[in-house]
Design a protein around this ligand. Structure first.
Ligand code: NAD
Length: 507
């Protein structure tokens, strides 16, 4: 089952390397030398240590970002865009190293992480172009007055990211804040921070000191960032409980803060009986992101609602496909799916497998340690549950792992109720050859992003974000760009031209 490592990328890219935070253009350790271990989930071995920022470190990073902001804003879009260009060049140059850092640190297959870096490039080039074309309004609201709008950056933005797409999040998520004239303090997830610290070297070369700052650690530095009075805008990608806590802590800081929250999904894939089953099985497996991040993806179609006429066929084909998956070392050749991010997270996912079985669902395949994979790694073969009932935990809660729950349906209205009957509303998809039905159904689904005959893909330019508890705001779009600025109106009272001219000629 497991792939074999061709060389030892851990020695090449990680062991013996010093990973430091980036504050004000300087590479620094955490105050008092505080460090946490970085573990390779493919083996369970500690491979490096990284700084664990204190509250004082976070404050220092915000100082640096605040100090740099005025000059950064004054550069204008074109000046800032030139830094983006340099950043893009460096990203291409360092692609292999960054992809390997992700594979070693996160367990995501290196092939997928190379693609994550390639996917990041259009963001680097598109944000400056989009920002170049942003225009305010001249508002003819009242005669004798001139009203126009302008956009003002918040200042320093706090950017907090999740563990599942480490280098892509670090390379792309700060960009809309930066291009609009903000400076950024970014905190990646502690389980997968190595590639962000690698990327810090690129930030240091491409951007003026203090414009991009990287701090590492978990909840403590995250909370320090959220509650600091100088941070007016927080952008968060992560789980619903942490997002709710951030909302509360932001309010408790005693200051008004603008938040965007990109959070979880329990995304319905709706399959009508007219489909080509093998094609839809392929789409479902692709949409689970098994081979990108082991199904640890907010957008995964983890709830597949299949019409009963093709239900058994779908389940059988999906299970057969997934039994052929090669699950093994993330940085080895030929690996389809790597390990889960941590021992703790694998226990959480195993807890859902046990709950599914105890609540009466059938675990058709998966959930095992693959034969031949290193014993210390956090592996789990991809799992398919059949016979899932709407009330079961595996049908309602985000598992964030390689587990696909397949539910049968018979009646259209009941299916819509089922699809919309969870607290999350990030994505959904509709699979049918009947386009009228597809679009009428897309309209009924309560989700921020709905695919027809596709899943999981989203692009710069198409607003991405969720309804209900999945979040606030839309990323990857003009809407996101505007969310990093406040609108200001300038209102000028224009004097009567006769009076103004008379005053001029009487001088
Ligand atoms: P998490 O909520 O545990 O952590 C996310 C980030 O928040 C990390 O950097 C973490 O250190 C930080 N954090 C933790 N406590 C904090 C606090 N008190 N104050 C400030 N920051 C704090 O999430 P995770 O396990 O890293 O990621 C998985 C979750 O992220 C899933 O729910 C997934 O659906 C979601 N996610 C959403 C999207 C999206 O675009 N909608 C994308 C990826 C992941």
């Amino acid at each position: 089952m497991s792939g074999t490592a061709t060389a030892d990328p851990v020695d090449t890219y990680v062991r013996g390397r010093e990973f430091k935070m980036l504050l004000g253009g300087e590479f620094v350790d955490a105050e008092g030398g505080r460090r946490v271990e970085a573990v390779d989930p493919s083996t369970g071995e500690t491979v490096a240590e990284l700084p664990e920022a204190s509250r004082q470190d976070v404050s220092n990073a915000i100082d640096a970002a605040q100090h740099a902001q005025t000059a950064w804003k004054a550069l204008g879009v074109d000046g800032r865009g030139a830094c983006f260009r340099r950043f893009g060049e460096l990203l291409v140059e360092r692609r292999e190293e960054l992809a390997m850092l992700d594979a070693i640190d996160s367990g995501n297959p290196v092939t997928a992480m190379r693609i994550d870096i390639d996917i990041s490039m259009p963001y680097v080039t598109a944000w400056p172009q989009l920002a170049r074309w942003l225009a305010g309004e001249m508002i003819p609201a009242t005669p004798g007055n001139l009203h126009y709008t302008s956009f003002v950056p918040y200042g320093v933005v706090g950017r907090i990211t999740a563990f599942n797409h480490p280098v892509m999040f670090a390379a792309t998520r700060p960009l809309p804040a930066l291009i609009t004239g903000n400076t950024v303090v970014m905190k990646p997830a502690p389980q997968t921070a190595l590639s962000t610290l690698g990327l810090a070297e690129l930030f240091a070369e491409a951007f003026p000191p203090g414009v991009m700052n990287v701090i590492t650690g978990g909840a403590e530095p995250g909370d320090a960032l959220v509650t600091d009075p100088r941070i007016k805008r927080i952008a968060f990608t992560g789980s619903v409980p942490t997002g709710l806590l951030i909302q509360r802590r932001a309010a408790e800081s005693g200051h008004v803060k603008h938040l965007s929250l990109e959070m979880g999904g329990k995304n319905a894939m709706v399959v009508f009986p007219d489909v080509d089953v093998p094609e839809v099985v392929e789409g479902a497996i692709f949409g689970m992101n098994f081979n990108v991040c082991q199904g640890q993806s907010c957008g995964s179609n983890s709830r597949v609602l299949v019409h009963r006429a093709i239900y058994d066929e779908f389940v059988e084909q999906a299970a057969t496909e997934l039994r052929n998956y090669t699950v093994g070392v993330a940085y080895a050749d030929g690996t389809d799916m790597g390990p889960l991010v941590s021992a703790q997270h694998r226990e959480r996912v195993r807890g859902y497998l046990e709950r599914g079985v105890s609540e009466g669902a059938e675990l058709v395949t998966g959930g095992e340690h693959p034969a031949g994979a290193p014993a210390g790694g956090y592996y789990m073969t991809p799992a398919v549950f059949a016979g899932v009932k709407p009330r079961m935990a595996i049908a309602r809660e985000e598992i964030f792992g390689p587990v696909m729950s397949v539910l049968p349906w018979d009646n259209y209205d009941e299916m819509i109720e089922l699809a919309n009957g969870v607290d999350l509303g990030l994505t959904a998809s509709v699979w049918t050859h009947d386009l009228d039905l597809a679009h009428r159904t897309a309209d009924r689904l309560d989700a921020g992003y709905v695919w027809v005959n596709d899943s999981t893909r989203h692009y710069m330019g198409t607003p991405f974000g969720g309804t209900k508890d999945s979040g606030i705001g839309r990323e990857e779009s003009r809407e996101e760009l505007l969310s990093y600025m406040e609108t200001k109106v300038v209102h000028t009272r224009l004097r009567d031209p006769h009076a103004a001219f008379a005053r001029m000629t009487s001088l």
